[in-house]
Design a protein around this ligand. Structure first.
Ligand code: FRU
Length: 941
């Protein structure tokens, strides 16, 4: 808006400037006029110049008069040069003196017009004036005529250095030459002035007693001479002739009419002509370089007429002047009116502009007001919104406070519940110890009895081992409670980390070997690793970390334990390959009961206990994990130790080692059972079973469970086992068992995923799968069934339940097979779409190719996309028939159909359905249908 106002003001200023320029009338041409004298003749010329100049709008005339002074005239001309006049008009006082300054102006490019008188050079633009030579000659002729050729004459000349004086004199002399009877008595210089002429005349009168005619070169000097003669009373004796013939009182024309002058010659002023030629020059028009004005004699004969004419002219001049005056006044009035008009116009425009500006600013103001009120409304709205939000926040705050107090309450209740649980666990753990001891001891006694050998001994060893595991867990819970209650004591004694760790490593040899784990223990042998420590707690720390590493290291993996001295600390790091713990899990891993998601279930108490024991020693423990594996790092501060004997803490393990020796058959008791893993190769039960008995595949990462389930099934079934899901799938594909029993929680592929994959493969999709899990939550059951599991058994399970479930599934399958054998079961809902499709494809294939007597199982398997063995097992499992039996059955059924409907011989039918011999066909047919084909045909009639 401000910008719009500025523009309006700018345009108004421009307009005013334009108007002002219209009002102001700056002349285009400046003409400087330098007059030599100030007399009536010059004044008339000046009047003519001014009058003529009025006819031109764009010309300004400036006149300077030197009053017969050369120096003054030079100064006047210089002034005009300096002013930069466009044109210079000069009437030089004396030719020689004024020539240089005129040339200077001319040389500077200023056009110069000489009037009346000339200079001594031709460096001028134009000349305007009468022909003074001619005038001189005409004067001589007039006098000669007046004197009738005889008499005497005196001449009074103008200023000696002025060209009219020279030329008139020369012309006069020339004219007088025609009159030898007339004598020129004397020539005297009157300098164009009355007084000087009068004085000179007096002298001439004194000198010459008789003078007939006095020739004065202008009327003014003639009048002065006449006065001198009058004074001497000789005026009547002589005639006076002058030049100029100006009208006006005491001027030439009056003197002629008064009888004072005999005659005068018109010397034209030509001021109008001067302006005309000047304008021609300035406007670039053509002009004459020399303009010669005409002359004429005036005497008593024509003077009255001339007077009348000049009077008339004078009147006209007066009128013209009057008119001029009127015009000038009108012009002034016009200019004034114009100024007023333009001024009014400008004022009006200014007013309009201001009105527009006011209007615009009012509009802008209104708009701004509108915007402001809009903003105000918005602000009010926002304010209301903020108030609402504030209310909301206050409400939320109060809700949050309520929630916080509820949470605090909950947390308190949870804490109390946790505490109650811990107290419960502690109490129950105490309670467990007595019965566990009472189980452990009888088992020891039974083991001592040589009667128990073979499988009973194996079972006893298994029981013993697991009782010890339970005891260890119970002890850990009790220890942890002690730590939490601050009742755990630290029994410091001199302790050698290096020796102890080396000794304890031996306990893990068996477990490491079983999983084919590459183990290395790195410690600088020249370093001292002695400190004050609680040997039992150190043992717990080391064994937990080692057991943990063993648990999570896959087959053929790697465990590296390093002991080092860094600054003032001993640093123990335990690395195991192949496991990854997320950073979130790493942070929480030392919390009690924390279980890493996707990892094998544990109590979650071991690492919490380790953490507590490490801190009791003033140390710290951290965990880190990446794609290579997981590292636990324990830092123990070195502390002052006495120099008494440092013994490796083997004492707590003496018993353990003894046990290990005693129970070589069992897995290491110091290491959780889960860490042991058998090879995935088929391990068939030692018990004698019938060759064609059903096959059960057991998949479990826990070797003890695996072995236990195997021992349960071994009496009735051929048992295969695998330690993880992947190995289980490979075995199932290869052997197509009749039932699969799989654990759910396994490292790598879990049981649900394993089941889902088995159900997705053609070769294995028909096999019933029983999932075993320690978790009895419904959600997990649903997951298991979603994965395609046929049955779900929770741990701990009864061996009877497992056996009955396996038996049932096999029986059901048999019933199904019989149904298939009867050619109807294919429609039954219980078998999967994949199996339905498989049976259809097989049947269609056989029907297409049955005519070929050479058709064999190898070919059929290839066409079905499986090996001969896989096809055999799949068909056997699904239909209870081998492929050959099925082939024969389909052929016989087709033959029966042909016998019933077609007009073919038995031999033809036999060949048609792919039997190479009609007699063999008859034999098979009779076996299948209880009568021979011929008997059937006979019966049919
Ligand atoms: C006027 C005048 C005239 C004369 C002329 C000669 O100044 O003296 O009287 O004719 O000059 O230049």
């Amino acid at each position: 808006m401000k910008q719009a106002h500025s523009w309006i003001l700018f345009f108004l200023c421009l307009l005013c400037a334009g108007l002002a320029s219209c009002i102001r009338n700056t002349p285009r041409y400046h003409i400087g006029i330098s007059q030599c004298s100030d007399d009536e003749w010059r004044r008339q010329m000046n009047s003519e110049i001014i009058r003529e100049a009025r006819f031109y709008d764009d010309v300004q005339v400036e006149i300077r008069t030197a009053k017969d002074d050369n120096v003054q005239q030079e100064a006047d001309i210089r002034h005009f040069i300096n002013e930069g006049v466009d044109l210079l008009v000069v009437a030089p006082n004396e030719a020689q003196s004024i020539t240089p300054i005129v040339e200077e102006a001319y040389n500077k490019g200023i056009p110069v017009i000489l009037v009346d008188r000339k200079i001594s050079s031709d460096r001028y633009t134009a000349y305007i004036g009468a022909d003074n030579h001619a005038i001189g000659r005409e004067v001589a002729a007039y006098i000669g005529n007046l004197l009738q050729g005889n008499g005497s004459v005196v001449e009074i000349t103008g200023l000696a250095g002025s060209t009219p004086a020279i030329e008139r004199h020369e012309g006069f002399l020339k004219g007088m030459a025609a009159y030898p009877g007339i004598r020129l008595l004397a020539t005297s210089e009157g300098a164009w002035l009355r007084r000087q002429a009068s004085e000179k005349m007096e002298a001439l009168l004194d000198s010459f007693p008789h003078i007939d005619v006095v020739f004065a070169q202008n009327d003014r000097m003639a009048s002065g001479a006449y006065e001198a003669a009058l004074r001497k009373q000789r005026a009547r004796q002589m005639s006076f002739v002058g030049i100029d013939a100006l009208s006006g009182e005491h001027y030439g024309l009056e003197d002629i009419l008064a009888g004072r002058l005999t005659a005068s010659f018109i010397y034209p002023t030509g001021g109008d002509r001067v302006v005309q030629i000047a304008m021609d020059i300035l406007q670039g028009k053509t002009f004459p370089r020399e303009t010669i004005l005409g002359t004429s004699v005036v005497d008593s004969t024509n003077a009255p007429v001339m007077k009348m004419q000049t009077a008339h002219i004078s009147t006209l001049d007066g009128k013209i002047e009057l008119l001029n005056g009127e015009i000038n006044r009108s012009l002034v009035r016009y200019a004034t009116q114009q100024t007023i008009l333009y001024g009014s116009l400008a004022a009006l425009l200014l007013l309009v502009g201001m009105l527009v500006a006011v209007y615009l600013s009012l509009r802008a103001k209104n708009r701004m007001n509108r915007e402001l009120s809009l903003q105000k409304e918005q602000l009010i709205e926002q304010k209301e919104l903020l108030i609402e939000q504030k209310d909301l926040l206050i409400e939320q705050k109060s809700q949050l406070e309520t929630q916080k107090s509820q949470l605090e309450q909950l947390s308190h209740e949870l804490e109390e519940a946790t505490h109650a649980k811990l107290v419960f666990f502690t109490n129950i753990s105490h309670d467990f110890r007595t019965p566990l001891t009472l189980i452990a001891d009888p088992i020891e006694q039974l083991l001592a009895n040589p009667v128990f050998d073979g499988q009973p001994r194996q079972l006893l060893l298994l029981m013993k081992k697991n009782v010890h595991i339970l005891l260890r867990l119970v002890n850990q819970i009790l220890d942890f409670r002690k730590v939490e209650n601050g009742r755990m004591e630290l029994r410091l004694e001199p302790f050698d980390l290096l020796d102890s760790f080396r000794n304890w490593n031996d306990s893990f040899c068996m477990a490491l070997l079983k999983k084919h784990i590459t183990f290395s223990f790195e410690a600088p042998s020249d370093m001292d690793f002695r400190m004050q420590a609680d040997a039992e707690k150190m043992e717990c720390i080391y064994f937990n970390l080692f057991s943990n590493a063993l648990k999570y290291t896959p087959e053929n993996g790697k465990i590296t334990i390093c002991l080092a001295v860094v600054a003032e600390n001993y640093v123990l790091s335990v690395f195991n390959s192949g496991s990854y713990i997320s950073s979130a899990d790493v942070e929480a891993i030392f919390q009690r009961f924390y279980q890493v998601s996707g990892h094998q279930a544990g109590t979650g108490i071991g690492l919490a206990l380790v953490h507590a024991f490490v801190e009791m020693h003033g140390g710290s423990i951290t965990a880190g994990s990446d794609e290579k594996g997981t590292t636990f790092t324990v830092v123990f501060p070195k502390c002052e130790t006495s120099s008494v004997s440092f013994v490796a803490a083997v004492r707590p393990f003496e018993k353990s080692m003894k046990l290990q020796d005693e129970e070589q058959e069992a897995s290491s008791m110091l290491v959780d059972a889960e860490v042991t893993a058998d090879e995935e190769e088929v391990t068939t039960s030692e018990t004698e079973v019938a060759v064609d008995c059903p096959t059960v595949l057991v998949i479990d990462d826990n070797a003890d469970i695996r072995n236990y389930v195997k021992s349960l099934l071994a009496g009735e079934y051929r048992v295969l086992d695998a330690a993880d899901g992947s190995a289980g799938i490979r075995l199932a594909m290869k052997n197509v068992p009749d039932v699969i029993v799989s654990d759910v929680m396994m490292p790598g592929m879990d049981g649900v995923e394993c089941c889902r994959r088995l159900k997705g493969e053609l070769q294995t999709c028909h096999i019933p799968v029983i999932l075993l899990t320690a978790c009895s939550l419904d959600e997990q059951r649903i997951q298991g069934y979603d994965g395609g599991a046929d049955s779900y058994i929770s741990k701990p399970f009864s061996s009877q339940l497992l056996l009955s479930r396996v038996r049932n599934l096999i029986t059901n399958r048999r019933q199904l097979k019989q149904f298939f054998g009867d050619n109807q079961g294919i429609e039954k809902e219980v078998i999967s779409d994949m199996d339905k499709d498989f049976v259809y494809r097989f049947r269609t294939l056989v029907e297409e190719k049955m005519k070929d007597a050479e058709l064999n199982v190898e070919d059929l398997g290839r066409d079905m996309g499986m090996s001969r063995v896989q096809l055999y097992r799949k068909l056997k499992s699904l239909t209870n028939y081998s492929p050959n039996e099925l082939l024969r059955q389909i052929r016989l059924k087709k033959a029966a159909s042909l016998l019933a409907s077609a007009d073919m011989t038995v031999a033809e039918i036999a060949y048609e359905v792919g039997f190479s011999s009609p007699s063999y066909f008859t034999k098979c047919y009779k076996e299948q249908f209880g009568e021979s084909p011929t008997e059937f045909l006979k019966r049919r009639g």
